[in-house]
Design a protein around this ligand. Structure first.
Ligand code: NDP
Ligand code: AKG
Ligand code: MG
Length: 410
């Protein structure tokens, strides 16, 4: 770290961002090699344009995934976790998770190890973006996905192993009635879904805080509580309790919906069952604004909503702990391996994740330049393959060229 490069810190809940903050980044597997350089070009150009050299990011590469494994033999080196702790805020490209066996998700591990409990994914439509629905502008939601619990905790027992047998016999001897409901106990794999009052409380609080800060009119708790009563159902009940106890909410139209008011702004807290929600986001999206939901629902809902406003090529996100200030910004999509190294995919998701990071810093000017550049590039129909295949008369750009086009339009 040179003299002028400094660490981001937090005091009394307030982030202190110096003019030359050190920001750790993970390039990412697969298309990470394409989207990260394009995004970095946009970030540096936007900061330079906004502050004329008075502010500048000191990027610090840290390793995870294949690049880390090839260098160190470790998929997620302790050094990387230490850097995110030390410098507080970072950004990452996607990391591969094999299906069925092999390593568990490094993306999930980063969120859990750093306790980045809020996965925040805004979903809005940019003018001119191709969409499968007739009025994509009606979709304007921000997902608050619980990021540390649920089936994602990774407590699983593989079919046929001694562990699975031991777990099944533990269930059988302690909870015979419930065990008798397992249809094929000898050939089943088992998974555990922890959902706590604390975990629910902090994500729902973050969502309601956000709704008040951003003058949003509702927070919807999305759950499957009719079937999973003591996990997803409890999420709904604890969510309403948070609204009542922490925000002074009262029954709305006889309950269970709640209404809270602060400084003259009203927020309705409501709930919907997850399957019904997935049809309503297509039919009545304008009725939803801030969404608070569990980990797995949030994963599904993120990609479904992203598709409505143009696809996961422009779906940004952040993983945040609002208490420690720790945050890692990342795209909603994955490594898209079939396109890796082709300079082809849309770098928009990681670029917009960066814009969210600059907003988190309080560098709104930088974020605004990025939004302007991206919107103008799309409006002039100079786009990557994902938009190009859905747009009439568009010019096809490579990943890097789309980044350059954003810079030209800032
Ligand atoms: N946070 C993370 O790091 C995440 C990691 N993953 C991991 O990524 C790997 C691949 O997962 P997969 O299920 O294929 O999902 P991906 O999100 O990687 O890709 C699915 C499809 O989405 C489209 N897509 C993805 N990225 C872009 C982009 N930048 N621009 C335009 N379109 C894009 C492509 O659609 P099309 O084929 O139509 O062109 C692609 O085939 C897995 O190992 C998974 O675990 C997944 C999600 C998040
Ligand atoms: O970690 C992974 O590989 C997938 C995670 C994911 O799909 C997500 O966070 O949206
Ligand atoms: Mg996902």
């Amino acid at each position: 770290m040179t003299m002028s490069e400094q660490k981001i810190t937090i005091s009394n809940g307030q982030l202190n961002v110096p003019d030359h903050p050190v920001v750790p980044f993970i390039e990412g597997d697969g298309t990470g090699v394409d989207i990260w350089p394009a995004a970095k070009t946009v970030f540096d150009a936007a900061v330079e344009k906004a502050y004329n050299g008075a502010k500048k990011i000191a990027w610090k590469e840290v390793y995870a995934g294949e690049k880390a494994f090839n260098k160190t033999g470790d998929w997620l080196p302790q050094e990387t976790l230490d850097a995110f702790n030390e410098y507080l805020v970072g950004i990452k490209g996607p990391l591969t998770t094999p299906v069925g066996g092999g390593i568990r998700s490094l993306n999930v591990a980063l969120r859990q190890k750093l306790d980045l409990y809020a996965c925040v994914r805004p979903v809005r439509w940019f003018q001119g973006t191709p969409s499968p629905v007739t009025e994509p502008g009606k979709t304007d939601m921000v997902i608050f996905r619980e990021n540390t619990e649920d089936i994602y905790a990774g407590i699983e027992f593989q079919e046929g192993t001694d562990d699975a047998k031991q777990f099944a016999s533990l269930l059988q001897s302690n909870f015979p009635d419930r065990f008798s409901k397992v249809r094929f106990p000898q050939t089943a794999g088992y998974g555990i879904k922890p959902v706590s009052e604390e975990g629910t409380g902090r994500i729902v609080k973050s969502a309601i805080d956000y709704a008040f800060q951003q003058k949003r009119d509702s927070v919807t708790l999305v759950h499957k509580g009719n079937i999973m009563k003591f996990t997803e159902g409890a999420f709904r009940d604890w969510g309403y309790e948070v609204a009542q106890k922490q925000f002074g909410a009262t029954d709305y139209e006889g309950g269970p919906w709640q209404i809270a008011e602060k400084d003259g702004h009203k927020v309705i807290i409501k709930d919907v069952i997850a399957d019904a929600f997935l049809q309503q986001i297509l039919l009545r999206p304008a009725e939803y604004s801030v969404i608070a939901t569990l980990n797995l629902n949030g994963d599904y809902v993120s990609d479904a909503l992203a598709a409505i406003v143009g696809g996961i090529g422009i779906a940004p996100g952040a993983n945040i702990n609002y208490v420690t200030g720790n945050a890692i910004f990342e795209a909603t999509h994955g490594t898209a391996p079939k396109y890796a190294g082709q300079d082809k995919v849309n770098p928009g998701s990681v670029i917009l994740s960066g814009a969210m990071m600059f907003e988190y810093f309080g560098w709104q000017e930088v974020a605004d330049l990025i939004y302007k550049g991206l919107e103008s590039a799309i409006a002039s129909k100079k786009v990557t393959y994902d938009f190009h295949r859905l747009m009439e008369g568009a010019t096809l750009l490579k990943c890097s060229e789309f980044g350059d086009e954003i810079v030209r339009n800032m």
